[in-house]
Design a protein around this ligand. Structure first.
Ligand SMILES: Nc1ncnc2c1ncn2[C@@H]1O[C@H](COP(=O)(O)OP(=O)(O)OP(=O)(O)O)[C@@H](O)[C@H]1O
Length: 351
């Protein structure tokens, strides 16, 4: 069963930065999708669009269907309910996401009070249970965020994300600010939490190794587009698109000590999202670009090996090798959908 379907999602910030361009993604219930790409490629913008958290005045086209219901056209009351009970988000740097003047137990209890209409006592009890489930003592409910370590704060964020039993968790660089040992613990906690509850997970990271370990499938973004999507286990070795290959070569490989000392970087910078180059946006940095790549953009299409890739060098899969309709990714053909101006949430609340 499809939990999330993103169709032709395009996001343009005020000022003209087209941060996400024609993204199509499908996430079946209970599956884990990683989204990778270097800084500025549009990963966070995509996450914010899924929860309608983009700033006022941002232009959004396309559809974000959660259980078939379009998040982009919902009334605000419904959006607020969906943000906790449908999709919840774990950001990097919990210190900035938690309110410094409230006890963490109260912050976990708040969405339960608001969205589950629980009594204050029941919400507090549930907050204690959630703290225990993420490996913290229920007594820590009385702590303020500054009294906890970075790893403990991130556990509190995960407890908050789980508070209203969402069906999908979006984790945006959930471990980036943590040291390697704590990073591993938090990743295991996220994996266990989604497995126990059979949740969908979208995990965003610039770290391909983290995503390959945690997720079932991996989408690689460049300049606002998904340029490759496929099984995550092969993230290091099976990539087809030259950008996905370059990204994977930039990371040390498990079991290949030599690669630790000689990771290869990618020369050049990603393009300005307000003025992406004509043709394939990657062509100015692409080691195998052809003359036509400067004028002709290849849309994401079915490729061999249960993958999709947007490159002229990648052969298109034969019709018999393609997945059933509805799982394909790539800009949706046909007339462009209407542009929606994102109004500010009238209450200014994000709960
Ligand atoms: N509020 C905004 N107004 C205008 N442009 C923005 C805004 N937020 C992000 N951008 C631009 O949109 C592009 C995509 O940014 P985004 O944060 O989505 O990328 P990212 O892949 O998540 O990067 P990072 O890994 O550094 O967080 C960038 O060029 C960024 O400068």
């Amino acid at each position: 069963m499809t939990l999330l379907e993103v169709r032709g999602l395009t996001v343009t910030y005020p000022g003209g930065a087209a941060a996400v361009r024609g993204v199509d993604l499908t996430l079946p219930a209970g599956r884990k999708l990683g989204i990778a790409g270097e800084s500025g490629c549009g990963k966070t913008t995509l996450a914010l669009a899924l929860l309608r958290l983009l700033p006022a005045g941002t232009e959004v086209t396309g559809e974000v269907l959660l259980d078939g219901e379009d998040v982009l056209t919902m009334r605000w009351g419904r959006v607020r309910a969906v943000r906790w009970a449908g999709t919840s988000i774990v950001f990097q740097g919990a210190m900035h996401s938690l309110n410094p003047v409230h006890r963490v137990g109260d912050q976990i209890a708040e969405p339960i009070l608001l969205h589950r209409r629980a009594s204050r006592a029941a919400a507090r009890t549930r907050a204690g249970e959630l703290l225990e489930q993420v490996g913290l003592s229920p007594a820590r409910a009385a702590a303020y965020p500054h009294q906890l370590s970075g790893g403990q704060r991130q556990r509190v964020m995960i407890a908050m994300a789980l508070a209203c039993d969402p069906r999908l968790i979006v984790a945006d660089e959930p471990t980036t600010a943590l040291d390697v040992m704590i990073q591993a613990q938090i990743l295991r906690l996220i994996e266990r939490s989604v497995a126990e509850r059979d949740l969908g997970l979208i995990m965003i990271s610039h770290d391909l190794s983290v995503l390959s370990e945690t997720c079932d499938r991996l989408a690689v973004m460049y300049a606002g587009r998904v340029v490759e999507e496929g099984p995550a286990g092969a993230g290091h070795d099976g990539a087809l698109h030259p950008y996905a290959r370059a990204l994977s070569a930039a990371f040390p490989r498990v079991g290949d000590p030599a690669s630790r000392f000689a990771p290869r970087g990618l020369p050049g910078d990603p393009p300005d999202p307000a003025a992406p180059p004509a043709g394939c946006a990657f062509h100015p940095r692409c080691p195998v670009a052809l003359a036509g790549c400067a004028t002709h953009d290849v849309l994401l299409r079915e490729a061999p090996g249960d993958r999709r890739a947007a490159c002229v060098h990648v052969p298109e899969a034969a019709p018999g090798q393609r997945p059933p309709r509805g799982t394909a990714a790539g800009p949706t053909p046909g007339a462009p959908p209407p542009i929606r101006q994102h109004p500010a949430d009238p209450t200014g609340r994000t709960a």
